[in-house]
Design a protein around this ligand. Structure first.
Ligand SMILES: [Zn+2]
Length: 413
């Protein structure tokens, strides 16, 4: 066996094992704390609501562990099991030009992978979300979304794949620098195009109507000196009763989007506090820092890929007989999660630091007490657990656990 085959198997098993262990810890911790509401929430959340959150967390954990195991088996089937070698052979027989073969292999690989994901996606939406009363989507919307999403990724993906494969084949040793630059320009373009052209394909957006909420938000935007394209409501209730708020775009085209499901459950003051938190992410440059981090990681990724694709063992050790640029790209995408797993907890920690900073901004510009009550209300509505396992949370959570976040808000507010 090639040394790299051994390293690959070891890394996949180690990271899968680690994820399983963390997930089981989370399940146990949530179960152990299921019988009573934590003291600090006792007057705001009922025992019934607390137990619903525990059951929801545990149910999602079980399906997550099954998906993880299936995903690991599929990864081995694609690589050492000869799946990619078989797919490559099929298209090679057609004797097309290398660039066309590359696009065909990449597209069929992506198509098969998305087909494999359909059952678990159906189960999560129509069994788990349905059982806990969150699902609002229909089978029709589900499949229409899927068709739209597939067409969209073909329209956007094919030119991008062609460009990158062409650079890999024809641009010489520095191809990866050009590819990195192209991908960076592309992602900035997408940030601009997403709110304008892509999001409206899936949802309806309408400007927030006149009233107390709009007055409060307008005055908050004015006093924090924030330029935007406006505040919009999105019909999130078409698919799910989970609520959310987010920003898209950049410069003057920035859009503030509230899910209708979120606005329904919060008072005008609470909505203002939530927006102040979101503005905090912008004002403290979290969005810019996130972009720089992702551009840097793409740079490192391409540099590593450029080196790996020249090594014969990279293909043979992973079950591929014919080295090719497109196969290097697919192998790299498939195996890198096993090698970059350790980055996850660092990114999560960084994100939690940003949440604290955005909360501080909200406490200064709006009202910490209103943000706390909005948070409690969202935990209740979304059945988020108040008692995550500390290690699980440190590993995965982009937001601090409710009790820690609220304690911090009280101290700054
Ligand atoms: Zn945030």
């Amino acid at each position: 066996m090639h040394t790299f085959t051994f390293i690959f198997i070891f890394m996949v098993i180690a990271t899968t094992g680690m994820q399983l262990w963390l997930s089981l810890r989370q399940a146990k911790y949530v179960s152990d704390h299921r019988s009573s509401v934590p003291d600090e929430f006792a007057d705001k959340i009922t025992l019934e609501e607390h137990q619903k959150a525990a059951d929801y967390t545990k149910t999602k954990g079980i399906s997550g562990r099954i998906e993880l195991l299936i995903g690991t088996v599929i990864l081995f089937l694609w690589t050492l099991g000869g799946g990619l070698e078989w797919l490559d052979g099929l298209w090679r027989e057609a004797n097309w030009r290398p660039l066309a073969t590359g696009v065909a292999v990449l597209l069929s690989f992506t198509l098969i992978s998305s087909l494999i994901d359909i059952p678990s996606s159906l189960y999560n939406t129509f069994v788990i979300e349905e059982k806990f009363g969150f699902n609002k989507t229909t089978l029709k919307t589900f499949f229409v979304d899927m068709i739209k999403g597939t067409l969209l990724s073909l329209v956007i993906g094919i030119p991008l794949i062609l460009l990158i494969l062409w650079l890999m084949e024809s641009a010489g040793d520095l191809w990866w620098l050009y590819a990195w630059a192209a991908l960076t320009v592309f992602s900035i373009l997408m940030m601009w195009a997403y709110p304008k052209f892509i999001a409206p394909i899936f949802n309806k957006f309408k400007p927030l109507e006149e009233g107390e909420v709009l007055d409060r938000l307008t005055s908050l935007l004015k006093r924090t000196g924030f330029n935007s394209d406006g505040v919009f409501i999105m019909d999130g209730s078409k698919r799910s009763s989970h609520g959310n708020a987010y920003f898209t775009g950049f410069g003057k085209t920035k859009r503030i989007v509230f899910f209708d499901t979120l606005l329904k459950h919060l008072s005008p003051m609470q909505v203002e506090a939530v927006l102040a938190h979101e503005l905090g992410h912008f004002k403290r440059k979290h969005v810019l820092k996130g972009m720089i981090a992702s551009i840097t990681m793409t740079f490192i990724g391409f540099a590593v890929l450029a080196w790996l694709m020249k090594q014969d063992w990279f293909y043979t050790a992973l079950g591929i007989q014919h080295a090719s640029t497109y196969m290097a790209l697919i192998l790299f995408m498939l195996i890198s999660p096993a090698f970059t797993f350790f980055i996850g907890p660092m990114m999560a920690r960084w994100s939690r630091k940003h949440e604290f900073e955005a909360d501080e901004f909200a406490a200064q510009q709006s009202d910490a007490g209103e943000l706390i009550s909005a948070l409690v209300s969202l935990y209740k509505k979304n059945a988020g657990t108040l008692t995550p396992d500390p290690l699980y949370s440190a590993f995965y959570d982009s937001h601090p656990p409710a009790s820690i976040r609220i304690a911090h808000l009280k101290s700054v507010g």
